[in-house]
Design a protein around this ligand. Structure first.
Ligand code: PLP
Length: 421
């Protein structure tokens, strides 16, 4: 009896602790609390517009090359103070020990994978993943004799069955592009841990909402191009992970990031950092608007998928992993059956000023594209069909519209005029 009481008290303690952890983590506050100033007390850190740095003593320079002088900068491909400020803010947001800033999301993904895998290694990836990532994994990695298994990431048995003795990594997107499947990060992390492999997660679709490292991921990558910058004025990326991993990436002798050199310009870094400070506000509005758009279209009987809808297959999983208060994200998909219908609808929505026919996401305007013929065109059509990517699928990045009901009404009118409803 006493055993049961102790057990249930322990269980409820763990449950409460998990619930508190889930609801109380506030990535926006983590960024807000950072004290980063300019050299003359500026409220924004100064931009270090230099590719190289002087040393008072040549010995210090040599030691910096050996990685012994924390806080010294030697050359901007290695580290730059402006990039360091942004990296610190992203590491704070993700609660990782460290981070590194890259010139694109693809650079973050490719450098991290090449840092971890060598010839003869194997990795497992969600088959549903951004088309550029898919192309890198399928078409590029074979050059290095790195093999890849493409699995349905929502089927944990498929993931387990794909593990081989030479598997180094499980790769996924928190919310996959474009199908918006939700990865079960705690379970994937447990599988990875049990088998001595690493879990790498692309969190581009769900910054603030999800904190993959807190859920067990070893490495979190971002295309900063999207929600985090939110202005569609540049391409950039980030890698968040342990101090040891980031140091390895930037090692002057064999660090993939250092040697392949995809460093971001410090001017861009500083502007992304300023935009990062409004990310929480934007994510809430994107999520609010996407929820109205998705539920409004779903009510018409259309094929809509959005993680915030109870009809989404991983809605409960999403709820169990999310940081509360940031919504369900700005991405939704609508399947109108055929590519011609998709094109007609997008043309009409653009003419009605619902948004733009454009790839990318996280912009203040709504953006829409036919995934199969654009950002997933690298995925062969038979693979698209097998994973459930219909030719008529339109991916929406719902914007920051002040009156989303008006935009929803315009979409409904377009659908009526095209006899889709
Ligand atoms: N990851 C995801 C989920 C993406 O959608 C994209 C681009 O669309 C990338 C990575 C690549 O990022 P970038 O275009 O910044 O290289």
């Amino acid at each position: 009896m006493t055993g049961i009481i102790v057990y249930s008290a322990f269980f409820s303690y763990i449950l409460r602790k998990t619930m508190v952890m889930k609801s109380s983590f506030d990535p926006a506050e983590k960024i807000q609390n950072l004290l980063q100033f300019g050299e003359f007390g500026g409220v924004n850190p100064s931009i270090t517009d230099s590719s190289t740095f002087t040393f008072l003593d040549p010995v210090t320079m040599s030691e910096t090359f050996l990685g012994h002088t924390e806080g010294c900068f030697l050359y901007s491909r290695h580290w730059n103070p402006s990039n360091k400020y942004l990296a610190e803010a992203l590491a704070a947001m993700e609660e990782t020990e460290s981070a590194w800033i890259t010139a694109s999301g693809m650079a973050a993904i490719t450098c991290s994978i090449l840092q971890l895998c060598r010839s003869g290694d194997h990795l497992i990836t969600s088959v549903t993943t951004y088309g550029g990532t898919f192309a890198f994994l399928r078409n590029y990695l074979p050059k290095f004799d790195i093999s890849v298994s493409f699995v349905d990431i929502t089927c944990l048995d498929d993931v387990k069955n794909a593990i081989r003795p030479n598997t180094k990594l499980i790769y996924t997107e928190t919310v996959t592009n474009p199908l918006l499947q939700v990865s079960d990060i705690p379970s994937l992390a447990a599988i990875a841990k049990e088998n001595g492999i690493l879990l790498m997660v692309d969190n581009t679709f769900s910054p603030m909402i999800m904190s993959p490292a807190r859920l067990g991921a070893d490495i979190v990558v971002y295309s900063l191009t999207k929600f985090i910058n939110g202005k569609n004025d540049c391409v950039a990326g980030a890698i968040c992970g342990t101090k040891a991993f980031i140091e390895a990436l930037s090692n002057v002798n064999d660090g993939t990031a250092m040697l392949l050199g995809p460093v971001l310009d410090p001017l861009r870094s500083s502007s992304i950092l300023k935009n990062l400070h409004t990310l929480h506000v934007r994510m809430k509005q994107h999520g609010h608007n996407a929820m109205i758009m998705a539920s409004g279209l779903k009510e018409l009987g259309l094929k809509v998928s959005y993680p915030g809808l109870p009809s989404h297959p991983q809605h409960a999983l999403f709820n169990s992993m999310m940081n509360t208060g940031f919504g369900y994200g700005g991405m939704m998909i609508l399947d109108v059956g055929t590519v011609d219908r998709a094109y007609d609808l997008m043309r009409m929505m653009q003419a009605e000023m619902v948004g733009y026919v454009a790839v990318s996401l996280g912009y203040y305007k709504t953006l829409f594209s036919n995934s199969g013929r654009s950002t997933s065109s690298e995925v062969p059509e038979d693979v698209q069909r097998k994973m459930g990517l219909s030719e008529g699928l339109i991916r929406f990045s719902v914007g920051l519209d002040n009156d989303i009901e008006k935009s929803l009404m315009k979409v409904k009118n377009c659908l009526t005029n095209l006899h889709i409803i």
